[in-house]
Every structure is written in structure tokens, then in C-alpha cells.
Design a protein around this ligand. Structure first.
Ligand SMILES: [Zn+2]
Length: 185
């Protein structure tokens, strides 16, 4: 899918930078969230991303109602292939907060979640996911391709189990530059 179309569809589809609840699911406290708060949380995710200069994928989980930082994580795939930033962050959340209250949480990530991570977030029934870079633009150019054709939205569309809210493109210019300028081995 063309990344610009994908991003536009997400932004417009979500009511112009404001998350909208998935049909039929009650997710109180998630709307509306001012863009400044999305950007503040995304800056924390970018900080996490900078911890791995080779793969600057970072994530944080915040409480949707307050923006309180609940968990954080950076990509650790050099030690374990499944330890994407989102997964590390989810593990950090469970370790610190227990396996509960997911529906009240938002995960912010420097790059659109891959199908593995997006599905993990669906399994957790997290309230919403906000990402910066698309998987199909600067990130794909930087890592030399797209690991999966499935976008995060495709994964959400494909499941009837649970549909977290999704918002893309927050601070994407910054994260696109971060991925383009990442360290190479
Ligand atoms: Zn992933």
C-alpha cells in the first residue's frame, strides 16, 4: 500500500488526529486526546528508540486518561529475534504493573508495529496504539525492504477478536530521519 495513502487513511479515518473507538467497543477515556499529549508520549518512545542506534525502535505505554508513563522498551533483537520494542515494552508493563488494565493504556512506538507486535497488542486488548513512522516509507528504505506487506491497520482489520484504536504519523518526520540516519553494522 502506498504509505501516503495509508497514513492519510489513518489520520482521516481517525477523525483528524484524534483516536476514534473501534465499533462496538467501549474504551472510555481514550478520546479525545490533544495532539500535544500524543507528541509528548511519542518523544518518550523516541528516547527509547535512541537506546538502540542500529535499530531505533522504541516504545512506551502510558495511561490514556493521564499520560502517566507506565512502561518502556527498546529493540533487543540482537539478543532475541522476537524482542521488538513493543514486546520489550509489554513485558516491562507486566513486570511493573501486572497483566491488567490493558484497555486503559496506549502504546506509543517509533515505527508502525509489525504483524507480530500488532497481534500481540490485540491479544492484550490494549486501548490504543499510536505510531510515528510508517513501515513502508523511510523505515523500509533504511532496512532494505518491508518484512511484511501487512500494515498495522491490515492486522486490526483482519481480526474479529478485538480492535484497538490506531493512529499513525505522530512525529513521523523525526522518526523517519532517525531511521534514515541509524548506525549500520
Ligand atoms: Zn514488531
Amino acid at each position: 500500500m502506498d504509505p501516503m495513502i495509508s497514513k492519510r487513511r489513518l489520520l482521516v479515518g481517525l477523525g483528524g488526529l484524534i483516536c476514534t473507538p473501534a465499533v462496538g467497543l467501549a474504551q472510555p477515556g481514550l478520546t479525545p486526546i490533544p495532539m500535544e499529549r500524543h507528541e509528548k508520549a511519542m518523544r518518550l518512545a523516541i528516547e527509547q528508540g535512541r537506546k538502540n542506534p542500529y535499530y531505533p525502535y522504541g516504545a512506551v505505554i502510558v495511561r490514556a486518561a493521564t499520560g502517566e508513563l507506565m512502561a518502556e522498551g527498546a529493540n533487543e533483537t540482537q539478543s532475541n529475534p522476537v524482542l521488538h520494542g513493543e514486546i520489550v515494552c509489554m513485558n516491562d508493563y507486566v513486570r511493573k504493573r501486572g497483566n491488567r488494565d490493558w484497555e486503559q493504556m496506549l502504546l506509543y512506538t517509533t515505527c508502525e508495529p509489525c504483524p507480530m507486535c500488532m497481534m500481540a497488542l490485540v491479544w492484550a486488548k490494549i486501548g490504543g496504539v499510536v505510531f510515528a513512522s510508517s513501515s513502508f516509507g523511510a523505515v523500509a528504505a533504511s532496512i532494505g525492504g518491508v518484512p511484511s506487506k501487512l500494515s498495522a491497520q491490515d492486522v486490526v482489520d483482519s481480526t474479529s477478536y478485538y480492535k484497538p484504536m490506531l493512529l499513525g504519523g505522530v512525529l513521523a518526520a523525526e522518526t523517519d530521519a532517525m531511521f534514515s540516519n541509524r548506525k549500520r553494522f
